[in-house]
Design a protein around this ligand. Structure first.
Ligand code: VG1
Ligand code: CO
Length: 544
């Protein structure tokens, strides 16, 4: 029988960040903490009684326990049905596929994405709505408000544990639970979008690849699609078994954290193509033999080559990028005569544009690319899009990238992260910048002239909602930019992110070292922000 639990401290004390609530596992393990947040979600999403939910996570530590808690609460709160991924596993994009395909009311995804996992590391929870995308700010704000005042939650008074390890159906106090295959609906959709037979032929003719699943959620998805369906040699997927602590690694697909793959791709033994994905499978890194493709370039290249892919041929209405993402995709949109949008960081801002058919492709500099096939970014989808282009153009990754720069110009791009900075110092840095940008426009800084400077504010073109203070932008008359913002996904201290971009159309200057090409902007950013004196740091923690 449903019971109501009262006196439920501790409450959530933090506004959910860029994608959901993320905290240390021990924080979630406090009595009532997870329950309070789940009840806050239920209390903020409208009339869910008798409806269906999707539930799964990236397999990190505490995934299984949290699923049992949520199932009992969903039953006690009156949901009719829950689809749960086999063994509790669902990648973020697969959850989005299933919400859309089964037309459920929404879904709960358990993940802290690229953050490390394990008893001393991070856990997270996010809610997706019936379009399959992250809840918009209106809902996340309501969840947060509720989580601060909640006084009770409803759950079942039972010790029952649902077996997640078999594909079966269960009845929990009148609610139906269906344990479903985590991979099949997703793999089927990928088959519909891409020319699998062309990719299969390319692989059969000797094309080699390496996919690093980083012991995170994409292992089973990549093994099924790349090895079983497309015929890549066994062992092409490395670190393919999901582990609760991701093998002790940081499941973030970049050259720093996926260093084994990076070393391979820049060695004599390099396969033709390399890729990696993150904790929950929504990010991707693309690497060719001796060449790393920046995520911003990747978005631009996919857009420029969409004609090569059956499902996208003649169907691209526009492309959207998050504000800190380089302007490479803007160049392509201009040439193709399609829409282009600049949104705040976080996938939730793309949902309205895709629902309204204003854009087809979306991307972020943080290794996120996706399309309107779902409402989340999608790591393996980006890998398959690249493989489809390679199969169709029959050129190498390096050739395709170099030709792209020749045609559209090259946007040198880098992000410098300063991690674990005391929050008050980081806030002081940002408020100082907020004041400074008011007077920078028109000023000469070194060899550069500031053409605009502001704290980015976004008005959603569909629902007119306004999101303010989304990052400091300083744009220069030659197309270069510096962007400053604070991370919304960390769990200890603050992370200051500084993004640099410069635009080069001179073909003789297109093969410089990136950090060298951005040197003037890097020095300037430290002067403008006073970062060294405010934080005591001079070197970033991570450069991507
Ligand atoms: C980071 C990225 C952002 C991305 C977000 C969620 O956010 O910069 O582009 O949308 O992570 O990605 P922040 O606020 O730390 O910069 V994921 O793969 O964690 O869903
Ligand atoms: Co992710």
């Amino acid at each position: 029988m449903p019971t109501i639990i009262t006196n439920t401290t501790p409450f959530n004390d933090q506004k959910p960040g860029t994608s959901g609530l993320r905290k240390k596992v021990v924080h979630f393990q406090q009595a009532h903490y997870l329950e309070n947040f789940v009840q806050s979600i239920f209390d903020s999403i409208g009339d869910y009684k008798g409806k269906t939910l999707v539930l799964g996570g990236d397999g990190r530590y505490y995934n299984q326990e949290a699923i049992q808690v949520i199932l009992k609460m969903a039953a006690a709160n009156g949901f009719a049905k829950v689809f749960v991924g086999h063994n509790g596993i669902l990648s973020t994009p697969a959850a989005s596929v299933i919400i859309r395909k089964k037309q459920t009311y929404g879904g709960i995804i358990l993940s802290a994405s690229h953050n490390p996992g394990g008893p001393d590391e991070d856990f997270g929870i996010k809610y997706n709505t019936q379009n399959g995308g992250p809840a918009p700010e209106k809902i996340t704000d309501a969840i947060y408000a509720r989580s601060k005042t909640i006084t009770h939650y409803t759950t079942l008074d039972t010790e029952t544990t649902i077996d997640l390890s078999h594909l079966a159906t269960h009845n929990l106090n009148g609610m139906r639970i269906e344990i479903i295959d985590s991979v099949s609906d997703y793999a089927l959709l990928m088959n519909e979008l891409f020319d699998f037979s062309a990719i299969k032929d390319m692989i059969a003719n000797g094309f080699t690849l390496c996919f690093d699943a980083m012991h995170a959620v994409t292992g089973p998805y990549a093994t099924e699609i790349l090895e079983n369906q497309l015929g890549a040699a066994e062992g092409s997927v490395i670190n393919g078994i999901p582990l609760e602590d991701f093998g002790g690694g940081h499941p973030d697909p970049n050259l720093v954290h996926a260093h084994l793959l990076a070393e391979l791709m820049f060695s004599e033994q390099s396969p033709d193509f390399g890729a990696a994905s993150d904790g929950d499978g929504d990010r991707n890194m693309i690497v060719g033999n001796n060449i790393f493709v920046t995520p911003s370039d990747s978005l631009a290249i996919l857009t420029a080559n969409a004609e090569q892919v059956p499902a996208y041929r003649g169907k691209i209405t526009g492309v959207a990028r998050s504000m800190p993402t380089s302007q490479a995709s803007d160049q392509v949109a201009k040439k193709l005569g399609i829409n282009s949008y600049e949104t705040p960081t976080g996938w939730k801002f793309f949902g309205n544009l895709m629902d309204a058919h204003k854009v087809t492709l979306c991307g972020e500099e943080s290794f996120g690319t996706g399309s309107s096939h779902i409402r989340e970014k999608d790591g393996l989808w980006a890998v398959l899009f690249w493989l489809n282009i390679l199969a169709s153009r029959k050129e190498s990754v390096a050739d395709i990238v170099h030709q792209h720069w020749q045609e559209f110009g090259r946007n040198y791009y880098s992000r410098h992260d300063f991690e674990a900075i005391e929050s008050d110092k980081a806030n002081r840095l940002m408020s100082g910048l907020r004041d400074k940008v008011k007077t920078l426009t028109g000023k000469q800084l070194g060899t550069l002239t500031v053409s605009y400077s502001d704290d980015f504010s976004y008005t959603d073109p569909i629902d007119n909602s306004i999101s303010e203070q989304q990052g400091i932008r300083i744009g220069f008359s030659n197309g270069s930019r510096i962007v400053f913002r604070l991370s919304g996904t960390g769990t200890s201290g603050a992370t200051v992110r500084i993004y640099y971009e410069s635009y080069e159309t001179d073909t003789d200057k297109m093969n410089q070292d990136t950090q060298h090409a951005l040197n003037e902007l890097i020095n300037l950013s430290l002067i403008i922000s006073d970062l060294p004196s405010l934080t005591g740091r001079t070197e970033p923690t991570v450069i991507t």
